[in-house]
Write a protein that binds this ligand. Sequence first.
Ligand code: GLN
Length: 447
Amino acid sequence: SAMLDRIETVEPQIGSFITVAPEQALADAAAADRRIAAKDIDLLTGIPLALKDIFLTEGIRTTCGSKILNNFVPPYSATSFEKLKQAGAVLLGKLNQDEFAMGSSNESSAYGCTRNPWDQTRIPGGSSGGSAAAIAARQATATLGTDTGGSIRQPASHCGCVGLKPTYGRVSRYGVIAYASSLDQVGPLTRDVTDSAIMLAAVAGHDPKDSTSVDVAVPDYLAALTGTIKGLRIGLPKEYYIAGLDADVQSAMNSAIETYRRLGAEFVDISLPHTDYAVATYYLIATAEASSNLARYDGVRFGHRTENADNLLEMYCKSRSEGFGAEVKRRIMLGTYALSAGYYDAYYVKAQKVRTLIMRDFIQAFEGVDVILTPVAPTPAFRIGEKTNDPLQMYLSDIFTIPVNLAGTCGISVPAGFSADGLPIGLQLIGKPFGEETILRAAHAFE
Ligand code: GLN
């Protein structure tokens, strides 16, 4: 109830939520009280959480930031949400995001742009911008987001919180609205690394309902936070520390390197030679998969249906034209083009080949290092409206996070100081596949 009051107080300024669910929250809290009275306590029992509006929540409206799902109330819940419920967590509501998770700023949401709590003229990042802003504005103790090309790590960096993208297959995607299925992963946004470890432990693991979730034992992530990283080998990829990197970001990285050196880490210069191709590769694969995933929104089975159509084809076209926003339409067109006969080999197949090369870059790099340290985003949070007319500029803001999704491995964003004008800056630690324990340990030692 204190958390609901807090949400009400700051919502008019921040706008993190699409749907606040006070009845659900109070019912969950009462159930948690009963569990606590019965001494049936989990680390998350009674903890107030909120979810990006991409997670299906039975009986609670789920829009994915889109007008096309404005009236959609799902009949079942995502596995990750089910797991949190079983642990006794309290659901406060559903958080704002870019429409269908397409974006880096929250500006593509059909429900308005969430504002960055550190400076309300700036974007919170995206696409899980509401999830990051809610943590920074203390509207929830922890949140879940999804990360297809940086959507957990980049908003965490811009809002000064911790964001973890697990290895592909670590967390079930069942009941998470699909954007680009070979890249999407679920992960936590939290105030600190300990909370991140607790949340990951709660949602990780194999799920028979998601065949891409991997049957690898879930380690004790809390036990991994030993506080020491002596002898840890940290790679610095030369392709990420380019001239022209924002001066504030560069100096935050320099001092992070100093801190790690003091903590006993060793630094190794490495190369990820195909970095230059990552953004282009990502936008071919992501849009191709999105164009196919979004074909289901046809006005027939669920979501928005046009009021005025004379025949079936017109009904499909008008429902989709009215329901989707500009960025989603742009991506569907790009993806459909890349998959079309005659262009498929030149674009989609080529992109898959380059993806393999990027994956190999990481495998090779990890032969000599335990983790890789990079910036999360090339600049601190930009101003609302600053990049809306230039999609390419917007796409480039994920340059340091996208390769991790293409390689399918894990990464964490941790607060690493502030810019000259007081905006949070994050650092990224990239780990080996299923190396979440190591990046959590390294992040914990730093914070
Ligand atoms: N900004 C990237 C995109 O628009 C990443 C989004 C995401 O990770 N969901 O595709």
